[in-house]
Design a protein around this ligand. Structure first.
Ligand SMILES: Cc1ncc(COP(=O)(O)O)c(C=O)c1O
Length: 357
C-alpha cells in the first residue's frame, strides 16, 4: 500500500506554543470552525457519570425532531461515521472491494484518508464536474456546505445525483457538519431512506452547538445500513454525559434561533474585515465560507498564516497551501485583535515576517 498520511487539523495549540514561543493563554485560536459560544452546558448530575448510557433515553426522539427525519442513530461525532462507513458498506456488499470514490477537494481530509485506508481508488472532483463523473463512481462523498470553501449544493442537484448514482448501485455520502445555519439546504427533511437507500447523511454537534468536546453526532441512512454500522460501533459509543447534554441542546429552540442570528452577524463581520484586507494584500484573493468560518483563498496563504501566528493568532493553513481559514472571533476585543494583526498599512505581508509588525 502506498504511504498514507494522517490528516492534520485545526485546534493544535500545543505545537503552536512550542513553535512560536507564545504561551497557550496568549493565543487567539481561530483555527477551527467551532462556535466560540457553544450551547451553555448546565451542571451534570453525578448519576449521569455513574451509569452506562441507555439507548431508550429519549435522545433519538429529540434528534428526529430537530433533524426532521426518523432514520437516525447517535454516533461519537461524524468522525466515527467517516471511519466506519467503508467497512459498513463493504460488509453489506454494497460496494466493490476496490471502490471508486469521488471527493471534492480541498475538503476535510478525513474522508479521503478513510477511503484510502479502505484501498479505494480516489477521484478528485470539483463542484463543476461532479455530474459528468457520476457514472464512473461507486461512492460520491460531498460536504455540504463544503469545509473550507463553503460551497453549498442545492437539494435539487443532490437528489438528482443520488438518483443517478442509484441506477448503477452507487452510494452517496453527504456530510452536513456545518449545515445548522442553513437548514433549508439539508436533505434530511426531504429524504425517505426506504426510497433513497443509497444515501447516508452525517450531522455534527461540534460546530453550530459548539459541543466538539463531547464527541457526538448523528448518522441517517436506510435501516439495514444503520444496523450494520451499529454492529461495528459497539454498545456505548456515545457517552451518558454526551447524551444528557444533547437531549437538552437539541430541544432548546430559543437558543438555536438566537444562535443562528448571532453566527450570521459575526460571520458577516468577519467577512467584511477579510474582504477589506485582501484589497491591499492580494487582489486575486477571494473570501468564501460558511456562517462558522471564512476562508481567504490566496497564493500568499503561507505568508498570511505565518504573519498571524507570530502575533499569537492561530488560523488554519489549508493542506494544499491554497488558503487560510478563519474561525469566528468570539467578541469585539477578538475582532479588534484580528483587525490590528492584518492591518496592511503597517505591515508588508508579502515579505518574511518582521517582529513588531
Ligand atoms: C466537514 C467535517 N465533517 C466532519 C468533521 C468531524 O466533526 P465531529 O466528529 O466533531 O462531528 C469535521 C471536523 O472538523 C468537519 O470539518
Amino acid at each position: 500500500m502506498a504511504k498514507i498520511t494522517r490528516p492534520e487539523h485545526g485546534g493544535a495549540l500545543i505545537p503552536a506554543t512550542k513553535k512560536y514561543q507564545i504561551k497557550k493563554s496568549d493565543w487567539l485560536d481561530l483555527s477551527t470552525g467551532i462556535n466560540p459560544h457553544g450551547w451553555p452546558v448546565p451542571e451534570i448530575p453525578p448519576a449521569v457519570y455513574n451509569r452506562l448510557p441507555e439507548t431508550d433515553d429519549g435522545l433519538i426522539e429529540c434528534a428526529q425532531n430537530y433533524y426532521q427525519n426518523p432514520d437516525l442513530i447517535a454516533i461519537a461525532g461524524s468522525q466515527e461515521a467517516i471511519q466506519l462507513i467503508p467497512k459498513t458498506l463493504s460488509e453489506l456488499n454494497l460496494i466493490p472491494t476496490r471502490p471508486r470514490v469521488g471527493l471534492v477537494t480541498p475538503a476535510y481530509a478525513e474522508h479521503e484518508f478513510s477511503w484510502q485506508l479502505a484501498r479505494a481508488e480516489i477521484m478528485h472532483l470539483s463542484p463543476d464536474n461532479i455530474e459528468s463523473h457520476l457514472a464512473e463512481l461507486n461512492v460520491l462523498v460531498l460536504i455540504n456546505p463544503n469545509n473550507p470553501s463553503g460551497h453549498l449544493y442545492s437539494p435539487e442537484s443532490l437528489q438528482l445525483w443520488q438518483q443517478q448514482l442509484n441506477r448503477h448501485k452507487g452510494f452517496m455520502i453527504i456530510d452536513e457538519a456545518f449545515m445548522d445555519c442553513t437548514p433549508q439546504y439539508s436533505l434530511l427533511p426531504h429524504t425517505d431512506f426506504n426510497q433513497a437507500d443509497n444515501l447516508i447523511i452525517l450531522r455534527s454537534v461540534g460546530k453550530f452547538f459548539g459541543l466538539a468536546g463531547i464527541r457526538a453526532g448523528f448518522m441517517a441512512a436506510q435501516p439495514k445500513v444503520l444496523e450494520s454500522f451499529q454492529f461495528f460501533q459497539g454498545p456505548w459509543s456515545v457517552s451518558h454525559p454526551a447524551r444528557y447534554v444533547l437531549k437538552q441542546a437539541l430541544k432548546d429552540t430559543q437558543w438555536i434561533e438566537q444562535n443562528r442570528q448571532w453566527l450570521l452577524q459575526q460571520s458577516d463581520r468577519l467577512e467584511n474585515i477579510l474582504v477589506d484586507f485582501i484589497q491591499n494584500f492580494d487582489q486575486q484573493a477571494k473570501v468564501n465560507g460558511s456562517p462558522l468560518f471564512k476562508t481567504v483563498f490566496t497564493d500568499k496563504a503561507q505568508n498570511l498564516f505565518e504573519h498571524l501566528a507570530h502575533q499569537g493568532i492561530l488560523t488554519r493553513l489549508l493542506d494544499n497551501l491554497s488558503g487560510v481559514r478563519f474561525g469566528l472571533p468570539g467578541d469585539s476585543q477578538q475582532f479588534e485583535r484580528l483587525g490590528q494583526a492584518i492591518n496592511y498599512s503597517s505591515c508588508d505581508l508579502t515579505r518574511p515576517f518582521i517582529k513588531g509588525c
